[in-house]
Structures are given as structure tokens and as C-alpha cells.
Design a protein around this ligand. Structure first.
Ligand code: F6R
Length: 607
């Protein structure tokens, strides 16, 4: 949420700042801005809305500098207009910031008697003035930052440049990510390695409460107590090329299409095709001794947790509780000592999920995370990490990360079942073979793209759309509804099909399309009855099923998508794909911004 870039360059840094912001725009796109300085002169440009607006401003009114910071914003305090856009500047500093400085009102109240006044509605501007006040008291930039950090409360990261200091940039991390990029006579700050990918592959990640003083020859890093510390320089495998759209119109479609490959890549980490077994890295606990498994996540990642609950309960006979991180973290739930707590997150930075992880650690749980961005806060704070190999996901709506999460969870559930003796070797071979078929079957689903686009034409003008499913199809119904509403702004809801007649069926009439997720598993007959019930009330049904399902019910639907026939174990992974494609085409028909839907950001680093 909000993207930060900072460059101490050898040449004009404006192109690098704009390039970095393009790679960070997925983190927020309400407004953007840059500030640069050369020869002690500081200047900035800001614009409301998408980055293209800032580019236009910079083209119409150019600026150059050897030192600079940039920001793309997801508004927390103050509406997304130019005045509230970062960088915030005083006569002495320019500052960009990600997160929230919670005590900004008290800080403002302390500053006002000294004659300071503020032009924006942001907490960020107050932070800039706090630093300025220390500088005006004669403190050095380093002292001013150290003192200011002691005053700031909340979760944030920031980067600051100082008037007259062309070879200095200071950044800090507390609760929101910040990475240092090491160049050759150049140094960088970025919210993530992706921002820095074409600029350098040598990255250090700041740890909690670290702050770093960058000069062109290197960085000096301090921990929260002011002690100088070393942070490992890692080589990132990301390259600028991995972050392009290829031949696709949108990142989202590129990422949907990548699924057969990245699912295969993720599975390869666990599946041995010769022995048809699943091997996980050594785990610091025994599945047989576990009193309980708790899985926590947000949004789409939470729906992956819901699917996993079915798998763990069925295959490993393990009691599993799943919860939304923003609820879990405040519930004060007692957890049995030695339990397993798993956290699922594409970004590894989601503020609520991270807070839930910390709570589970206090409760004596083994901490596992399933994350796509390996070098993320959750990865660093976990006892062990399952890395989904989806690659960079830029489209704000999660697609390939979700199916890779599911594949990973399926492997973990199989391992748990085998180790607990609830799954035989034959069953392991059978289920893991079913998983190994998923990439090929997923590729077949992509061939239905044209047909799904035609179905989208039938529903894109609807005001409300319902999704229903049972068993592991229920979270897929929820995921379908979430994808549709976030991308197309059509009101959509997912329901457990059996729950319809307890209320939601009152919504049904001929204007409400109902998407039915119905593989021919042991829930099929029940789901089919629920489908008949909504059709009896004139709903327009779009039916997602396999060849057998089509034979039985296909002709009754307004439209249908035939999914390859597979073992019921893997159906949630495959059925996720058509609901993604449907939401994509509806959004394209509605003309919404597919990759950057309104009000959203990819990485939700504020609670
Ligand atoms: C929806 C979507 C979000 C995320 C959620 C959690 O398409 O992408 O619901 O799943 O914000 O994000 P991560 O997985 O990064 O923790």
C-alpha cells in the first residue's frame, strides 16, 4: 500500500524514479509524485490519479536532479488530490511515506505553538515537519531522523532527502517494507525488490525498526536502539523483463495464462513423479503430535485457507480453524501450545495477516507461511516458509498466486495425511498424480477463453450476480464473487448452495444471474437441486461442471463452461480459473480498469 522509491544517482534520476513508480503502481494509484535535488535546490512534481498524469506533468514542466524520491499513493489520510500527494516538502526536507503515523494529531499539536502550519490533510506532512523542527533546532539529519522515529507511532516506512545534502538519503522501516538497492556508485531505496529490479540486483531488506543512511558509496544501517548493524546483501532473481505484460492487454490476463506453468513450477517443489509421492522440507514438529491447525489470511488468500480446511480435515483428520486475519488478530483466541498456525499471503506483507502471525507466535504456535514474495516480512518472521512459485503478480486481483497457494496447501495436506497414517501410500500416489495433471487440465480451460467471453456478454449488464457451490466449491463461489465485484463493480455474492433457502434465495428473479460451481463430486446431486431451485425462480444460470455434469444438467442453463473431468480432490484449483476469466471479460466489457480497480491496492500494508 503506497510505493516508495529513492535514488542517489550518477545521472538525472527522474527516469529511474518514474520507472520505479511504474513497477510500484500496483501498490496504490490515487496520486503520485517525485521530488529531486541538485546543487542544494529541491523541487517536486505531483499529480492526482494514475502515474500517467504525473508523467504528463513532468513532460510539460520538466525537472532534473541527481538525488530524488518518488511515491505512488493509496490514500489513508486525506482525499487523493494533488495537495495530499507525496512527496511532502518543507524548506528543509522532502519525504515519502507508506503506512500510517497514528499519533499525527498529537505531533501537530506539539508543532503548532512553534508556528508551524500545514497545507495538507496528511499524517505524512506532519512527519516532514517533525523532522524539520529537529533540523531547525540544530540537529544533524541523522539525529533529526533518530529523534523523529522515537516520536512516531504506527506502522510505516519512509524515505527522506535533505536540502543542501545531495549525497544523502535516509529511510526507515517499522511495520511496512523497505529495501536498500546497492548499485555501482549509486544507491536506492524501494518498497520491494521489483521496484529496483532493472536498477540493481543487490538488495538488503531492512528489519523491523531499522533505519538506514544512504550515500553514493554505500549504506550505514542502524537498528531501533541506534546500534550499527549489517543486513545481508542478497541477489534477487527478478529482472525487469519478468514484470512486463508480454503480448497481453492486461497483467491480469497474462497472469491467468501463466497458471499452467507456475502451478507446475510450484508442484515440482514437492512432487516426485517417479515415486508419486509428496516431499516437504523438514518440519520442526510432528504431524501426529499437533493439537490443532489454525490458518489465517485475508481476501483471496483466505479462500485458499477455506479450501485447505476441507483437505486437511478429510485427508489428515486434523481439526482446522480458519479465520480472516483482521478478525483473528483481535479475538484473543487461546491457541493450544505446540499447535500449527499457517499464514497465507501473496505479498507476505498484509498488515493484518502479519499481526495475526505475531499473535500466534506469542501463543506458542509453530509458524508456517505460504507466501509468493519470498523476501517479505512474513517470510522473515516464520519458522518455515512454503514458497509459491507464481512469480511477480502485478494485477491487483490475485489469480495465479491463488492457484499456486492451493497446490501448495494440497501438498501439505497430503503430507499431513501420510504422516498421520490417515492416507495410504496408494492414496498418496493417486492424489499426487491427480495434482500432477492440473497444469495440463488448466491449459485446456484456457482454450475456453472465447466461449467465456461470450458468456460474459450475457451477464455484464446485470446489477447483482450470485455464485453458489458446496464443499470446496463454496470457497470458489466466494472467490468468483470477489473477483467479479472488485474488477467490474457489479454487486456479487458467493453462497454455500445449501444456505440459499435460508435467506438469499429471496434475491432471485430473472434479472439475477447465478453462477453454479458444480463438479460431479459427492456434493453434485445436492448442488444440482439448488440449481433447480433457483431456475424455478427464473434465475439465469451459468453452469460450471464436467462432461458428466453437462450431460445431466447442461441444457437447462443459460450458458455453461465445461471443465475437464478430474479427481474431485483437485477441482477447486481448476474451477478457480474459469471464474477468473469470467470476471476479467465482464470487467473488460464494462470498461473498468482491470489491473488497477478503483479504491484497491495490491499490498495492503495498513490495517
Ligand atoms: C483479491 C485480492 C485480495 C488479496 C488480499 C490478501 O483479488 O487479491 O483479496 O488476496 O488483499 O493479500 P495477500 O495475499 O498479499 O496477503
Amino acid at each position: 500500500m503506497c510505493g516508495i522509491i529513492g535514488v542517489l544517482g550518477k545521472t538525472d534520476v527522474v527516469p529511474s524514479l518514474i520507472g520505479g513508480l511504474k513497477r510500484l503502481e500496483y501498490r496504490g494509484y490515487d496520486s503520485a509524485g517525485i521530488a529531486v535535488q541538485t546543487g542544494g535546490l529541491m523541487d517536486r512534481r505531483r499529480a492526482e490519479g494514475k502515474l500517467v498524469n504525473l508523467e504528463k506533468v513532468v513532460t510539460d514542466d520538466p525537472l532534473t536532479g541527481l538525488t530524488g524520491i518518488g511515491h505512488t499513493r493509496w490514500a489513508t489520510h486525506g482525499v487523493p488530490n494533488e495537495t495530499n500527494a507525496h512527496p511532502h516538502m518543507t524548506p528543509l526536507v522532502a519525504l515519502v511515506h507508506n503506512g500510517i503515523i497514528e499519533n499525527y494529531r498529537e505531533l501537530a499539536a506539539e508543532l503548532e505553538p512553534r508556528g508551524y502550519s500545514f497545507s495538507s490533510e496528511t499524517d505524512t506532512e506532519i512527519a516532514a515537519w517533525v523532522i524539520t523542527s529537529f533540523l531547525e533546532d540544530g540537529k544533524t539529519p541523522e539525529e533529526a531522523i533518530a529523534l523523529s522515529l522515537k516520536k512516531f507511532q504506527g506502522a510505516f516506512s519512509l524515505a527522506v532527502i535533505f536540502k543542501g545534502e545531495d549525497d544523502l538519503m535516509i529511510g526507515a522501516k517499522r511495520g511496512a517494507p523497505l529495501a536498500i538497492g546497492w548499485g555501482d556508485g549509486e544507491m536506492f531505496f524501494g518498497s520491494d525488490a521489483m521496484a529496483l529490479a532493472p536498477l540493481t540486483s543487490r538488495i538488503s531488506y531492512l528489519e523491523e525498526d531499522d533505519w538506514a543512511v544512504l550515500r553514493r558509496e554505500g549504506a550505514t544501517i542502524y537498528d531501533g536502539n541506534g546500534a550499527q548493524v549489517d543486513r545481508e546483501i542478497k541477489l534477487t532473481k527478478l529482472s525487469g523483463a519478468m514484470i512486463g505484460k508480454g503480448n497481453h492487454r492486461h497483467f491480469m490476463m497474462k497472469e491467468i495464462v501463466e497458471q499452467p506453468a507456475v502451478i507446475g513450477e510450484t508442484l515440482n517443489g514437492f512432487f516426485n513423479p517417479k515415486s508419486r509421492t509428496i516431499t516437504l522440507p523438514d518440519l520442526p514438529f510432528s504431524w501426529t503430535d499437533l493439537p490443532k491447525v489454525t490458518i489465517v489470511a485475508c481476501g483471496t488468500s483466505y479462500y485458499a485457507a477455506m479450501v485447505a480446511k476441507y483437505w486437511f480435515e478429510r485427508l489428515a483428520h486434523l481439526p482446522v480453524e480458519v479465520d480472516i486475519a483482521s478478525e483473528f488478530r483481535y479475538r484473543s483466541m487461546p491457541l493450544p501450545e505446540g499447535g500449527l498456525a499457517m499464514f497465507i499471503s501473496q505479498s507476505g506483507e498484509t498488515a493484518d495477516t502479519l499481526a495475526a502471525l505475531r499473535y500466534a507466535r506469542q501463543q506458542g504456535q509453530h509458524i508456517a507461511s505460504i507466501i509468493n514474495v519470498e523476501e517479505s516480512s512474513m517470510g522473515r518472521e516464520s519458522d518455515f516458509v512454503f514458497h509459491t512459485k507464481a512469480g511477480p503478480e502485478i494485477g491487483v486481483a490475485s489469480t495465479k498466486a491463488f492457484t499456486c497457494q492451493l497446490v501448495t496447501l494440497a501438498c501439505i495436506a497430503i503430507d499431513a495425511g501420510v504422516k498421520r497414517g490417515t492416507l495410504s501410500a496408494e492414496e498418496e500416489a493417486h492424489l499426487s498424480s491427480a495434482l500432477s495433471e492440473v497444469p495440463a487440465r488448466a491449459a485446456e480451460i484456457l482454450d475456453h477463453d472465447g466461449a467465456i467471453r461470450e458468456l460474459a456478454k450475457k451477464i455484464f449488464e446485470a446489477r447483482d450476480i450470485l455464485y453458489i457451490g458446496r464443499g470446496p466449491g463454496y470457497p470458489i463461489a466466494l472467490e468468483g464473487a470477489l473477483k467479479l465485484k472488485e474488477l467490474s463493480y457489479i454487486h456479487a455474492e458467493g453462497y454455500a448452495a445449501g444456505e440459499l433457502k435460508h435467506g438469499p434465495i429471496a434475491l432471485i428473479d430473472e434479472t439475477v444471474p447465478v453462477i453454479v460451481v458444480a463438479p460431479t463430486d459427492h456434493f453434485f446431486e445436492k448442488t444440482a437441486s439448488n440449481m433447480q431451485e433457483v431456475m424455478a425462480r427464473n434465475a439465469q444460470v451459468i453452469f460450471l461442471s464436467d462432461a458428466e455434469g453437462m450431460k445431466q444438467l447442461g441444457e437447462h442453463a443459460l450458458g455453461s463452461i465445461e471443465i475437464p473431468t478430474v479427481d474431485p480432490f483437485v477441482t477447486p484449483i481448476l474451477y478457480a480459473i474459469p471464474v477468473q476469466i469470467l470476471a476479467y471479460h465482464v470487467a473488460v466489457l464494462k470498461g473498468t480498469d482491470v489491473d488497477q480497480p478503483r479504491n484497491l491496492a495490491k499490498s495492503v500494508t495498513v490495517e
